[in-house]
Design a binder for this molecule. Structure first.
Ligand code: PXL
Length: 254
């Protein structure tokens, strides 16, 4: 059985973060491992706090876990501080983590900040070059590139800029546009566009579900473009099955 590692934060609703990633890994038949960067306090109606773990706590998880278990692919989600980014980058190099997918999370569904301002440069200049893919939504792609993305052309421009940062494939998810859910994939050669119907509503954790599905499909030997298409289908189904289990935003059902 292939092993997939998620490096991210805890979300007590289990609708995003490492809990969501584990559910997706399990559903897709890969064995999930976790390295926790921070603990958040949140529900479907409010996001109240972030408690970052120390570098010592993050280093210790890497050291102990990876001495024993070797992930075939990995993803990063919420990392939060510049210090945590630097520590994770060192460990990714040290343990030679391959097939790394970066979900460049900036805000939670409820608008809370999931990355500190001084960490953006480290994300762009040091983490992205280590990755096989970056999976961004429109606000994240805008943050990474400084562009204002209004249409498909803008998604194309942004994906070229993110590609230049040193990753091997860029996925930009256009679910934040009004009418259609247009996603794009760029691997430095071919630019692909996938259109889907937009499902109305606010859903928690779609970015986490997408990136962990992508990692799982890599573990199943899909190439990045096939993994992109399969992950889009997987997330669409999870959105169609989503439920309002609390008093606020909908939770995906995996
Ligand atoms: O979906 C991004 C995300 C990642 N990680 C954690 C989160 C969220 C969104 O709320 O809470 C822990």
């Amino acid at each position: 059985m292939k092993l997939a590692l998620t490096i991210g934060a805890s979300d007590p609703t289990a609708g995003a973060g490492i809990q969501m990633d584990l559910k997706v890994f399990h559903a897709l038949g890969v064995y999930g491992l976790t390295i926790i960067t921070a603990i958040t306090s949140q529900s479907t109606i409010e996001f109240s706090s972030v408690f970052p773990l120390t570098e010592q706590a993050i280093n210790s998880q890497f050291k102990t876990l990876l001495k024993d278990l070797k992930p075939y692919a990995a993803k990063t989600g919420m990392i939060y501080s510049k210090e945590a980014f630097q520590c994770i980058i060192e460990n990714i190099k040290k343990f030679n983590i391959k097939n790394l997918v970066i979900d460049p999370v900036i805000t939670s569904t409820l608008g809370a900040k999931l990355i500190e301002d001084d960490a953006f440069e480290v994300l762009k200049e040091e983490l992205i070059p280590l990755s096989i893919a970056v999976t961004a939504n429109i606000p994240e792609a805008e943050m990474l590139t400084g562009l204002k993305i209004r249409d498909f052309e803008g998604m194309y421009e942004a994906s070229k800029i993110v590609y230049q940062m040193g990753t091997r494939s860029v996925i930009i998810k256009g679910g934040h546009f009004d009418k259609k859910a247009v996603d794009v994939f760029y691997d430095g050669r071919v630019f692909h566009k996938l259109e889907g119907e937009k499902i109305p509503g606010e859903f928690h954790g779609t970015g986490c579900a997408f990136s962990s599905a992508f990692v799982s499909f890599l573990c199943k030997n899909y190439n990045p473009f096939e993994a992109f298409k399969a992950s889009k289908d997987f997330v669409r189904k999870a959105i169609e099955n989503s439920l309002k289990l609390g008093h606020g935003i909908n939770l995906l059902i995996i």
